[in-house]
Design a protein around this ligand. Structure first.
Ligand code: SF4
Length: 419
């Protein structure tokens, strides 16, 4: 098989993994090496559907001995198989890096021969990159469930970030759709990595010698199994609060594989988008999962989760912008985290009016229904009118093409999900 053909198969096979946004690494170039994951972070670029494409994202092999129902690379699938050696992946990474095609590497693999054998090859690859090629660029390594703990820890000393994918939001679904994986084979290495990062921090180990300086992430497939948004977000909340994860990624199920155990239609990008918005609210806005989901334990489709929460709690609004505490401002639709901090800072010097808020890039077409400024209220009257107005402004917003000349706050919000 030609090298180009193998490359196509292995990069194509990796595209379903979305747990690879890169940030937070402190790895610096040590004299004469190649790459630097520290200066300015890693360049991110995102495809229109939000997937990160700035890293060389590749599988070492797609020749899997496992048979996960949802996966195009599962053992029983009739697809072309390809593999690369550690040396080939190193050559490719260095060549792409030198040509400025990539800023780093996201390396994963199907389970070939055995979990330990696969993990050994992955560890060998990044050892070569770091020690032989002196590559200091960003490396995100995917952990292989059931592989030996020692291999996982060796990898953690070389990679910037690692991820063990939870894949499905419940143990029951994991058993049904990925029978060779177990909850423990995913959660135990995650716990080990967390313990190692806490140990390094507490013992003030030098930053360059710490394990996975950019932390851990994970991914869940949405819509391949029947779990509600509430169930998914509860797991997410526990992962952030108890396991110190940097990010949880959601991948909307796409029916690329025919199976009687799987739904015939995909979950759709709107559900994925709403989950990312709710995830943002859990991490930066002080919300709990219980506040965000409706009676059916799912997120509302028609409004973003913060608007949906505010509409359910209209008795708490409007709030006076000049006196409301930070935690209340963070809950106002249209006021993002940066906006809330700006308001707190600015009102130390003067009482704010609507013009001041506009200058602070508060999204007034949303916020005006939930705030007063010096006692003045310009929002719609009653739940029905507010809903109609919000829908109208959302529709107008959707019709606008996002451009590099959009207001910075809108562009930022569109890219990050800030609400
Ligand atoms: S372990 Fe499962 S998800 Fe991973 S490549 Fe193999 S079949 Fe696919």
């Amino acid at each position: 098989m030609l090298d180009a053909e193998r490359l196509e198969i292995l990069t194509e096979s990796a595209k379903y993994d979305v747990s690879c946004s890169s940030s937070g690494s402190k790895r610096v170039n040590r004299g004469g090496g190649i790459g630097n994951a520290s200066v300015g972070g890693i360049c991110h670029s995102f495809t229109p559907d939000g997937r990160c494409i700035s890293l060389l994202k590749i599988l070492m092999s797609n020749d899997c001995i496992y048979d996960c129902e949802y996966c195009p690379n599962r053992a029983s699938a009739d697809v072309k198989r390809a593999s690369m050696t550690p040396e080939e992946i190193c050559e490719l990474t260095i060549n792409f890096y030198k040509r400025n095609y990539i800023e780093g590497l996201f390396l994963s693999s199907a389970v070939c021969e055995s979990p330990n054998k696969t993990m050994e090859l992955l560890v060998r690859t990044i050892t070569l990159l770091r020690k032989q090629y002196n590559f200091n660029g960003y490396i995100h390594l995917k952990g292989i469930p059931h592989a030996d703990e020692l291999l996982c820890m060796r990898a953690a000393h070389l990679a910037d970030r690692m991820s063990y994918n939870i894949e499905l939001p419940s143990e029951k679904s994991l058993k049904l759709l990925a029978p060779q994986k177990t909850r423990d084979s995913i959660m135990l290495p995650m716990k080990k990595l967390q313990a190692a990062t806490i140990y390094d921090k507490e013992n003030k180990i030098k930053k360059c010698a710490r394990v996975i300086p950019a932390g851990q992430t994970t991914q869940m497939i949405i819509g391949a199994s029947p779990e509600s948004d509430g169930r998914i977000l509860k797991l997410t909340q526990a992962l952030y609060r108890n396991m110190g994860l940097k990010r949880v990624y959601y991948s909307s199920y796409i029916p690329v594989v025919k199976s009687s155990k799987l739904p015939q239609t995909g979950a759709g990008l709107l559900r994925e988008h709403r989950l990312y918005q709710a995830d943002w609210l859990l991490r930066f806005y002080g919300f709990d999962v219980e506040e965000l989901c409706g009676e059916d334990d799912n997120l509302a489709a028609e409004f973003d989760p913060k608007c949906a929460w505010a509409l359910k709690n209209l008795q708490l609004f409007p709030v006076e912008i000049n006196t409301a505490p930070l935690e209340t401002l963070l809950r106002v639709p249209g006021i993002g985290a940066r906006g809330a901090y700006r308001i707190i800072e600015a009102r130390r010097f003067c009482r704010l009016n609507f013009d001041n808020l506009k200058k602070m890039r508060i999204i007034l077409k949303r916020a005006k229904h939930f705030i007063t400024c010096n006692g003045k209220f310009y929002g719609a009257d009653g739940e029905k009118m507010i809903k109609a107005s919000l829908m109208l402004s959302d529709d107008m917003h959707r019709c606008e093409q996002l451009s590099i000349f959009s207001k910075p706050s809108e562009t930022f919000a569109a890219l990050t999900g800030e609400l």
